[in-house]
Design a protein around this ligand. Sequence first.
Ligand SMILES: Cc1ncc(COP(=O)(O)O)c(C=O)c1O
Length: 361
Amino acid sequence: MSRGAIAVLSSENLVHNIAQIKAAAPSKSIIAMVKANAYGHGIRSTAIRLDKHVDSLGVASIEEGLALRKAGVKSPIVLAEGVFEPDELLIAACQNFHVVFHDPTQLDWLKGLSLPLPLVSWLKVDSGLGRLGFSISDAPHALNILKNCLYIKQPIGLMSHISCADNPDHGLNETQLKAFNQLANNWEGPISLANSATIFAFPQGHYDVIRPGLFMYGVSPFKGKKASDYGLKPVMTLQTRLISVRRREAGSFIGYGATYQCTEPTNIGIIAIGYGDGYLRALPPNTPVLVNGEKCHLVGRISMDMAAIDLSQCKDAKVGDPVVLWGEGLPIEEIIEDSPLIAYELLTGVQSRVNFHWTMA
Ligand SMILES: Cc1ncc(COP(=O)(O)O)c(C=O)c1O
């Protein structure tokens, strides 16, 4: 029997989610965000499945983009943080990587540049997130530099990112939309603002090109809402198996630090997954798991390769039975409900020693 920690990835659900996103933002172009190993789903395998369903793919670095080209991905690839060194501009031009310019240093790298092909580019502005991008007032000057560069394809795109769209009532959303509109209203090229939360909460923020990430993987960014509320399905189901089932006496301690003590005789199961797989130690006691489809919960601390669960709700459970940590039947939103963790962190944290298995589309 192999260890059993496996991430089952649903091609059907991925394609279904893209269709739902298209229905929510009809006739918009899509940059599918596959950075950070496609949110832990596997950057190559995910991008190959998305290639013919979206307009382009969004990555965080040239290395991620090159990995996709090596895997045979044909779509344009957007370097969401642009290039990190001037030499990368040549690679970007040759590989049909679309380049975001967010900082004056990157514009300096255009001086004296010579490229075999013109670059598709985006000007990123900071509409209020306080992360990357030119200020609204500096944007016209930056745009002029791009417009006057022989190797920049015209027209240039306009991009920004919203900081609080996952909390639609937050006042900064309207402020950011208003600030962004000052530029967007008279912009010649394509315009892109919307991440997953913006797509579903602010249709006025769709503009020309949307950039879904989390929702595409079938997870909701909104507190108190599940992706299923929006007709989306989880792409990843993380599961493992029971490798031990023991009756523990009242008073028995479970796990490192003896943080849990059985108050009565209890069936305790040990599952083959731990923080070394990305099942994070910060997950609180009582985190739900599904054993043979029945909801049970964690007890004690998660260790590197194993975790303990109370099997009181699943009396017939035996060694070898499957245990779902999140995904089909147990939305990841439920796992993080009472924890400071976010779904992005759990998904991107799944480690390569977990077996990844895609279902057929
Ligand atoms: C620039 C940019 N656009 C889009 C996204 C996608 O966001 P989400 O996963 O919330 O849809 C991200 C994610 O971090 C991002 O950094």
